[in-house]
Design a protein around this ligand. Structure first.
Ligand code: ZN
Length: 272
């Protein structure tokens, strides 16, 4: 990841990009010898065909703009990494804003993951995003502000911000039966602090799911609600939960007081 951050930083430095609105992926693709086309695609979300120093990237015309943008970042990623001879069809599941493991596994999945990391970095480069979120509170307001600023989807934005490690917490999605669908955790979050398969009864998200309301929950809850062990019994944690769409609910859990998390990590590592 560090290599990708450096790669994009030097690219943007050479292009004189210093603000999010100056990021024009189509122009960047062009600058790198890749032409971008929009066509209705079936069976894949985007594709790239390249030879020597020229390439053609085709994006699915039917997809929403944020999706197209992420796909374009993904294909530019393939091009920057495997420039020369390339022919790739990338499916919806491979161009993954949530960075879920690719079911195919192996070398191919690895390449797809790298392309996703490129997409994330091209859309929200470290040197701009870190500055934009430093000292902020982790909530949906922040995600919406940043996603508007960078023109990225809420999920891609959440992924980038949570992986920055300025905040300790996670974003998790649950369905109408309180079953977890996916989650994006902070890398340092210990097992006890990861969102359980079933939303805890006392959590904000379980409350809005059970009440069958489309309003939101935004409050502090007892730390023990989002910790499987006793580390957070005497603390509290921020939780903001919303109905996202079509029976999918999102909860954003943020340990502003990081003490319980660090205590548990230190204990595990044998540090008093
Ligand atoms: Zn791909």
């Amino acid at each position: 990841m560090k290599a990708i951050i450096d790669d994009i930083y030097s690219l943007y430095y050479s292009l004189g990009i210093t603000e999010p609105y100056e990021i024009d992926l189509e122009a960047i693709a062009y600058f790198k010898g890749a032409e971008v086309k929009y066509e209705p695609l079936t069976g894949c979300e985007a594709r790239i065909i390249g030879y020597d120093d020229r390439a053609i990237i085709t994006l699915n015309k039917e997809s929403i703009p944020e999706r197209q943008k992420f796909s374009l970042g993904h294909e530019i990623g393939h091009w920057l990494k495997d420039r020369g001879r390339i022919g790739n069809l990338c499916s919806k599941s491979e161009i993954n804003e949530k960075f879920e493991d690719n079911p195919s596994g192996g070398k191919h999945a690895h390449r797809e993951n790298i392309a996703n990391n490129y997409a994330s970095e091209l859309l929200m480069p470290y040197f701009l995003i870190d500055r934009a979120v430093k000292g902020s509170r982790l909530n949906f307001d922040l995600l919406r502000t940043i996603s508007a600023k960078f023109g990225t989807s809420l999920i891609a934005t959440a992924f980038r911000i949570i992986r920055l490690e300025n905040h300790v917490g996670f974003l998790a999605a649950y369905d109408q039966s309180c079953q977890r669908k996916w989650f994006i955790p902070n890398k340092n979050l210990p097992y006890s602090f990861l969102p359980p398969r079933v939303a805890p009864a006392e959590s904000g998200i379980a409350r809005i799911i059970k009440a069958n309301i489309t309003s939101m929950f935004n409050d502090k809850v007892d730390g023990s609600v989002w910790c499987k062990d006793s580390w957070a019994d005497h603390s509290s944690v921020h939780e903001e939960a919303i109905h996202y769409h079509n029976g999918t609910y999102l909860t954003l859990v943020w340990w502003e007081d990081e003490e319980p998390v660090w205590e548990s990590i230190c204990h595990k590592e044998g540090i008093e």
